[in-house]
Design a protein. Structure first.
Length: 498
C-alpha cells in the first residue's frame, strides 16, 4: 500500500483542526484504486465526541442570538465557495466514494441547492399570529433552535446528505457535531472547510471522524445533544431512534429502500427503459432511491426483458473518472462482498439470473471493486433478494397481471421510500398514487432524485421522524414556542384558564 506522503486529516472542534485524544488514525483508499491511500483520518472515541459536543454547546448562545438573515449570510458565502470549488469537490467524491464524475457533479449541485434554499429560509422561518380568545391579548408563535444537534451520515452521498442536514440546521440557529461515515471522511473534511472559510464562528460546526459504534453512540447518549439527524441503514437507524426517543430527544432517521417501478402495458416503453436502467445501475445502485424491483404487466413482459437486457449490455463499466463510464466500482470490499453474497443467494433461492452476476477482474478491474449490472427474473416475492436492500446494481423483475397485483407486489416489503409507475392512463396513475406505500411517488419518471424545496423521506422501515428538506426541515430543526401577551394595561377579571 502506497503510504508515503499521506496527508493526515484532523477533527474540527471549536474552530481548531485537532488530533483525537488517542492519536490513532486510519487510512482510506479509493474504490477504483485499492492501493491509493487518500489520507489518514482520526479514530475518535467517546472523549472526542464529548469535547465536540461541549464546543457546540459553548457556541450555541452566540449563534442562536445571531439574527437568522445574518446566519444566512454565512450560508450564501458557503454557496459561493462551493460554486468555485465544485469541480474539486466532485472529483473528491468520485475518488473517495467511486461514483461517476457526472453523478458527483450532480451531488455537489444538490448540496448547493439546499444551501441556497436554507439561506433563503433565514428571511422566512415563519411563525404565525392568531386572534386570542381574550381581549387585548396578542398570541403568536416563534421558532427557536433545538440546541446542539448530532448529524450522522452514510457514505453514498458524502456531500449532499451532510449538506441537506447541516444547512437547514444552521439557518435555524443550532450548533452541530457532524459524524460522517468512516468510508468517506475526506468529502466531509472538504465540506467543513467550505463552512469554515465562509465565516462560521468557532464551535458552530464540529467534525469528528471515527467508528459509529463508539463516536456515534456517544453523541446519541450525550445529554447536551437535543436533536439527532441520521441517514443510513434501517438496522442502525432503528437503534438510534429507540435510544434517542428513550432520552426524549428529537430524532429523524432516513433509512433503507427497496424501490419498485411498475410498468404498465400502455406506457412509453422507451422512456420507462431509460429511467429503469439509469435508476437501477447508475451510481452502481448505491442510492437509497435506486430502483431495485421492476413489476411489469404481463402483456409487455417479453418485449421489456429483451430491451432491458440489450440496454444493460451497452453500459460501460470502469473508473468513475472516465467520462464515458456508466457503472463505476462499488464503494468498498465489504460492499462487494455483500452484493456478491446477494447474487449467490438469489441463484440458490431459485431466481433466474438472466444478466451479469459476476465480479470483474483483469486490467483496471483488478484495482477496484467491480461487479456487473445484474438482472434476476422468476423472483418469488418472499425471496431475500426480493425483500432486502442489496445496495448494488442488482435488479429483480416481477410479472403482474395488472395494476392491482403490481401494487400488491410493490407494497409487499418492509420499506417504503421511493416508487414509480409508468402509464399514460390518468385513472390508473391516481389509483397508484393513492395506494402505493412510499414517501416519494413518481409518475412516468425514475425512482431517483428529489428537489430541495420539497420534503424527502420514506414510510415504514424507510423513515421515521420528520421529513428532510423543504419547510419540513425547518420544522425538524426548530422548536415552536407559543407566546401570549396581555397588553390591556390594567388589571382585568381573571379568565378561567385550564
Ligand atoms: P450505516 O447505517 O452503516 O451507517 C450510517 C452512519 O451511522 C455512519 O456514519 C456510521 O458510522 C454510523 N453508525 C454506525 N453505527 C452507529 C451507532 N451504533 N450509533 C451511531 N451511529 C452509528 O449505513 P451506511 O453508511 O452503510 O449507508 C448505507 C445505508 O444508508 C443504506 O441502507 C441506504 O439505503 C441508506 N441511505 C438512506 C437514505 C435516505 O434518505 N433514506 C439516503 C442514502 C442512504 P460508520 O461509518 O463509522 O460505521
Amino acid at each position: 500500500m502506497a503510504t508515503s506522503q499521506v496527508t493526515k486529516y484532523k477533527n474540527y472542534i471549536g474552530g481548531q483542526w485537532v488530533d483525537c485524544e488517542s492519536g490513532r488514525t486510519y487510512p482510506i483508499t479509493s474504490p477504483a484504486s485499492k492501493t491509493t491511500v487518500l489520507g489518514e483520518f482520526q479514530i475518535s472515541g467517546p472523549e472526542d465526541a464529548a469535547a465536540a459536543v461541549q464546543a457546540a454547546q459553548d457556541a450555541l448562545q452566540g449563534w442562536s442570538d445571531t439574527p437568522a438573515p445574518v446566519r444566512a449570510g454565512v450560508l450564501y458565502r458557503a454557496l459561493e465557495i462551493m460554486r468555485e470549488r465544485g469541480d474539486d469537490i466532485a472529483r473528491t467524491i468520485t475518488i473517495e466514494e467511486g461514483k461517476p464524475l457526472a453523478d458527483a457533479q450532480g451531488e455537489v449541485k444538490r448540496a448547493m441547492n439546499i444551501t441556497e434554499y436554507a439561506a433563503g429560509e433565514g428571511r422566512r422561518m415563519f411563525g404565525y399570529t392568531t386572534p386570542s380568545e381574550l381581549p387585548n391579548t396578542f398570541a403568536y408563535t416563534v421558532r427557536r433552535p433545538l440546541g446542539v444537534v448530532a448529524i450522522i451520515t452514510p457514505w453514498n452521498f458524502p456531500i449532499a446528505i451532510p449538506a441537506w442536514k447541516i444547512a437547514p440546521a444552521l439557518i435555524c440557529g443550532n450548533t452541530l457535531v457532524f459524524k460522517p461515515a468512516s468510508g468517506t471522511p475526506l468529502s466531509a473534511v472538504k465540506l467543513v472547510e467550505v463552512f469554515e472559510e465562509a465565516g462560521l464562528p468557532p464551535g458552530v460546526l464540529n467534525l469528528i471522524t471515527g467508528p459509529g459504534s463508539s463516536v456515534g453512540n456517544a453523541l446519541v447518549e450525550n445529554p447536551l445533544v437535543r436533536g439527532i439527524s441520521f441517514t443510513g441503514s434501517t438496522e442502525i437507524g432503528t437503534g438510534i431512534y429507540t435510544q434517542g426517543a428513550a432520552l426524549l430527544k428529537k430524532v429523524q432517521c432516513e433509512m433503507g429502500g427497496k424501490n419498485a417501478v411498475i410498468l404498465l402495458a400502455d406506457a412509453d416503453l422507451d422512456k420507462a427503459l431509460g429511467g429503469i436502467v439509469q435508476a437501477a445501475f447508475g451510481s452502481t445502485g448505491q442510492r437509497c432511491t435506486a430502483t431495485s424491483r421492476v413489476i411489469v404487466e404481463e402483456a409487455i413482459y417479453d418485449q421489456f426483458m429483451e430491451q432491458l437486457i440489450d440496454r444493460t449490455s451497452k453500459l460501460k463499466i470502469g473508473d468513475g473518472l472516465d467520462p464515458d463510464v456508466d457503472v463505476s466500482p462499488l464503494s468498498s470490499q465489504s460492499q462487494l462482498d455483500i452484493v456478491m453474497g446477494y447474487i449467490g443467494m438469489g441463484t440458490e433461492e431459485g431466481a433466474r439470473l438472466v444478466y451479469g452476476g459476476k465480479s470483474l477482474s483483469g486490467g483496471i478491474f483488478d484495482d477496484g471493486y467491480y461487479v456487473e449490472p445484474t438482472i434476476f427474473t422468476e423472483v418469488a416475492p418472499d425471496m431475500r433478494i426480493a425483500q432486502e436492500e442489496i445496495f448494488g446494481p442488482v435488479l429483480t423483475v416481477f410479472k403482474a397481471d395488472g395494476l392491482e397485483e403490481a401494487i400488491q407486489i410493490s407494497n409487499n416489503v418492509k420499506f417504503g421510500l421511493s416508487s414509480s409507475v409508468y402509464t399514460k392512463d390518468l385513472t390508473k396513475a391516481f389509483q397508484y398514487i393513492n395506494t402505493v406505500e412510499a414517501g416519494m411517488v413518481h409518475v412516468n419518471a425514475p425512482t431517483l432524485g428529489g428537489e430541495v424545496h420539497l420534503p424527502f423521506g420514506g414510510l415504514k422501515s424507510s423513515g421515521v421522524g420528520q421529513r428532510e428538506q423543504g419547510t419540513e426541515a425547518v420544522d425538524f430543526f426548530s422548536e415552536v414556542i407559543t407566546v401570549y401577551i396581555d397588553h390591556a394595561g390594567a388589571p382585568r377579571a381573571q379568565a378561567r384558564f385550564i
